[in-house]
Design a protein around this ligand. Structure first.
Ligand code: MEV
Length: 325
């Protein structure tokens, strides 16, 4: 590598609006990027092994270590063309294991910074698509260590943000919402392992494929209707679809009593719908804030902020003092 000695990369966190788990089996899902995410700074090193320091500096991995983090880091760097020795400082403002895509955001930010370092001084616009494809391939190699069988939706959301429909076969197709969606995110405070919940459903699928397929088919139809509702701006229908998606996910045993309580509290506080987001088994829920319009048809953001505050207060006021944003 020649040129700059140090480069930066950034990536978004995400929420899965609909279709988590079913997307692993080839069905569509809908995701949206979050403003929060990860940043990485990659610095050239004279010799290896490459090293990674996360957040407050307590987690350090080197690419030769056998830990999951070390293996994921090494897998990301080794995707061809391999990245020569580097030191990475990365920071993520999403809770780890919260279902908000912290792992994919870290991977994409590191991959972007490493690619920027590798190509420094010679950026040609026609190379951009190939570079982004390599960023996704590096993130997929990282995600396989943590998640086993990732569909790729988390890394895609981390890389591109926005709202999109995703399938394994077709990748992302942007959705244009008629009205902006306002969501509250509530956390159980308990991290969850996507690998564990994906494996839980895989073992149910191995035992009773017909039963699991019924749930996947139900989710596929919910996702199809959700795309239409987002495009038509039908928030009431969208909320109902979130509640239905949550029911199917509960039937697949990836919900928990805390996730159910967060959903119930949000609905009682006025949310149009609520569901877990991401792998489940802990982590976070999303709740749809009812939109408010003035008589001239413009959005009343102040009233929407009050509606969102009612949901956040309901979570914080519960005996378990759930956090939300
Ligand atoms: C995790 O955010 C979403 C899952 O569907 C896993 C995946 O798609 O890789 C549970």
């Amino acid at each position: 590598m020649t040129g700059q000695a140090s480069t930066e990369g950034a990536a978004s966190g995400k929420v899965i609006l609909f279709g988590e788990h079913a997307v692993v089996y080839g069905s569509p899902a809908i995701a949206a990027g979050l403003d929060r995410g990860a940043r990485a700074v990659v610095t050239r090193q004279p010799s290896g092994p490459s090293t990674l320091r996360l957040g407050d500096g307590t987690v350090v991995a080197d690419a030769s270590s056998a830990s999951d983090l070390g293996r994921a880091f090494s897998a990301l760097l080794e995707v061809a063309p391999a990245i020569p020795p580097v030191h990475v400082e990365a920071r993520c403002d999403l809770p780890p294991g919260g279902g908000l895509g912290s792992s994919a955001a870290l991977a994409v930010s590191i991959a972007r910074a490493a690619e920027a370092l590798a190509r420094s001084g010679e950026t040609r616009p026609e190379e951009d698509a190939a570079i982004e494809a390599r960023v996704l391939a590096r993130a997929a190699a990282w995600e396989r260590i943590f998640h086993g069988n990732p569909s790729g939706i988390d890394a895609t959301a981390a890389a591109q943000g926005g709202i999109f429909r995703f399938t394994r076969a077709e990748g992302a197709r942007p959705i244009t919402p008629r009205h902006d969606l306002v969501l509250c995110v509530g956390s159980t405070g308990h991290p969850s392992s996507t690998r564990t919940t994906v494996e839980l459903i895989a073992s149910q699928h191995a035992k009773d494929p017909v039963l699991v397929k019924r749930s996947i088919d139900a989710i596929t139809s919910i996702v199809g209707n959700a795309v239409l509702a987002i495009e038509a701006g039908d928030m009431r229908a969208l909320g109902d679809l979130m509640n239905m998606n949550q029911l199917v996910l509960s039937g697949l045993f990836v919900s928990t009593s805390e996730l159910e309580e967060l959903c119930a509290l949000a609905r009682s506080a006025g949310a149009l719908g609520a569901k877990l987001t991401g792998g489940g088994g802990g982590g976070c829920v999303i709740a749809l804030v009812p939109p408010s319009f003035r008589s001239d048809g413009t959005r009343d953001e102040a009233r929407e902020a009050e509606s969102a505050a009612r949901i956040l207060d309901a979570w914080r006021g519960a005996e378990s003092h759930y956090e939300g944003f």
